[in-house]
Design a protein around this ligand. Sequence first.
Ligand SMILES: O=c1ccn([C@@H]2O[C@H](COP(=O)(O)OP(=O)(O)O[C@H]3O[C@@H](CO)[C@H](O)[C@H]3O)[C@@H](O)[C@H]2O)c(=O)[nH]1
Ligand SMILES: [Mn+2]
Length: 362
Amino acid sequence: MVEPANTVGIPVNHMPQLKDELDIVIPTIRNLDFLEMWRPFLQPYHLIIVQDGDPSKTIAVPEGFDYELYNRNDINRILGPKASCISFKDSACRCFGYMVSKKKYIFTIDDDCFVAKDPSGKAVNALEQHIKNLLCPSSPFFFNTLYDPYREGADFVRGYPFSLREGVSTAVSHGLWLNIPDYDAPTQLVKPKERNTRYVDAVMTIPKGTLFPMCGMNLAFDRELIGPAMYFGLMGDGQPIGRYDDMWAGWCIKVICDHLSLGVKTGLPYIYHSKASNPFVNLKKEYKGIFWQEEIIPFFQNVKLSKEAVTVQQCYIELSKMVKEKLSSLDPYFDKLADAMVTWIEAWDELNPPATAATAKA
Ligand SMILES: O=c1ccn([C@@H]2O[C@H](COP(=O)(O)OP(=O)(O)O[C@H]3O[C@@H](CO)[C@H](O)[C@H]3O)[C@@H](O)[C@H]2O)c(=O)[nH]1
Ligand SMILES: [Mn+2]
């Protein structure tokens, strides 16, 4: 039986790592009582809450947290017509939080994710582990069979090329989930009672050239290295697909990380995922994605970005052109998505103008 950790009594760490360089982005349609359990680990950090759905609803944020909250009216006011690229009535809206943040790092978590216990019964500080993952290099060019070589008590194994041991910068840290696993609707329907009780004590770099299904519920990334590619697509209200927001972003960031020699890690930390969303509702949202992805995956596997694409924005714009050219025949949705990818970059650059010499000096 897997249970969340009891964090009552764990003192808040008032000097946590990257306190002023990291924002926590939470998409929500609920209240945020779940933060009580995270208080010892997250209270010192700034939250960016993206309130989805009815903007007239008031979201209760527990006392003592430092936060900014954006609802749909705010998104429309800030982005104007470009707000069309931000999904409505889908957790994909969280990417607006990535765009408005001014920090180097982002940790995003769902409001039904609680603190997990490790096998010794200790409460897992997921954010601390994500920071560890992001601050140490990745090894995408050659697989280390003893997993994370930079971890205390591990190293590169015999036969690992010394020329590759410096590794590359880590752009993304993808965490996992105890209890309710992130299964697609068909799997959820077939295995409604399945719970993930297996805590695998490992962090791995996802090898270059390999795609992966990125889940957005327990995810951290270096916003300066890969932020502009973390667009969660057009999902939810008015769109033919849902629950492929994080998947789309994961495929885009992975081909760009491979191109720019950046690392993507998966494994620790675990969170405790408490709520299974309705599998029938999920099936309706997912079903087009389930057959579209049989074409989308080969598309991403064959993406070749040009050597002129040296920034994330340039890579992303190139990618949007390939989406328009090669996926629009699959469904007109991809034509719209390709345009939204461009709008996203325009909005990103508007809110995050490149530092000029003057501003850089100030
Ligand atoms: O319309 C909505 C629905 C939900 N949210 C917020 O988004 C997260 C995730 O919602 P929930 O936990 O109910 O759904 P899951 O199926 O468990 O989420 C997983 O599916 C992924 C695909 O979207 C998602 O990223 C995964 O985590 C909660 O915080 C809700 O409050 C929303 O903003 N708008
Ligand atoms: Mn959930």
